[in-house]
Design a protein around this ligand. Sequence first.
Ligand code: ZN
Ligand code: ZN
Length: 130
Amino acid sequence: MRLPFMKDRKNTVKSKEANVLLAKCSQHGKTLGMRVETYKNDWIRTWSFKIDDSKAKREGFDKTLIEGTLTPTDDYPGCPYCGTMELFICPCGKLSCIQPDSRSVKCYWCNATHKNLAPVGKAKVSGGGF
Ligand SMILES: [Zn+2]
Ligand SMILES: [Zn+2]
């Protein structure tokens, strides 16, 4: 009888932490996941991908809580739907992507439209909430 498959513990050095944050694309209203990693006491964005809300919730990405500048790395691909690198944080506490030249943006988390937005400085964000 075969033993059940056991997942190997990854032999990675725990010098870096990684997490996933959620944002909504302000152009398309769809959810994206952003992979974030620790870097010198900060959190930076390293990757982004399309995800649907039910999967994001299943993975627990809506529970992520981090604090950092969320600066994108050089190879950060931008929003998977519209390609922008920019983010804004809504007064509701959620992230959305934003076109750099846009004067107003819709937050698809709370369905409010905002004008005169400041870019994300140091953000303390949670990933989701459905
Ligand atoms: Zn987008
Ligand atoms: Zn909002």
